[in-house]
Design a binder for this molecule. Structure first.
Ligand SMILES: [Mg+2]
Length: 99
């Protein structure tokens, strides 16, 4: 991963300020909404009915909200879960490449 990838673009201080400004409850509903918008934009792109720029924008919104949810639920716990899931994914990818 390079220094310009999406995870490195995240402003952690801003995430905490957003949660502080609007509260956990509202940000959780916002996450649900933004994740849904990303889902719709990707589906539209796949069906040839939506623009690439719209998909990129909604993916960015979803990533920002996912990071806010990590702050809300506990970043250490989420980081641990990410590590475990990536271990599992790594194993499956290697199995697939060997097949
Ligand atoms: Mg959006």
């Amino acid at each position: 991963m390079g220094s310009d990838d999406s995870a490195d673009a995240i402003d952690h201080d801003l995430l905490e300020k957003a949660i502080g400004a609007w509260g956990t409850d509202l940000q959780m509903w916002m996450a649900v909404e933004e994740l849904g918008e990303a889902q719709t934009a990707i589906a539209r792109w796949q069906r040839g009915r939506g623009g690439r720029d719209a998909a990129v924008e909604e993916i960015a919104d979803a990533i920002i909200m996912a990071h806010q949810m990590a702050v809300c639920f506990g970043e250490d716990e989420v980081a641990e879960a990410i590590g475990e899931k990536q271990d599992r994914l790594r194993k499956r990818v290697l199995e697939e490449m060997d097949a």
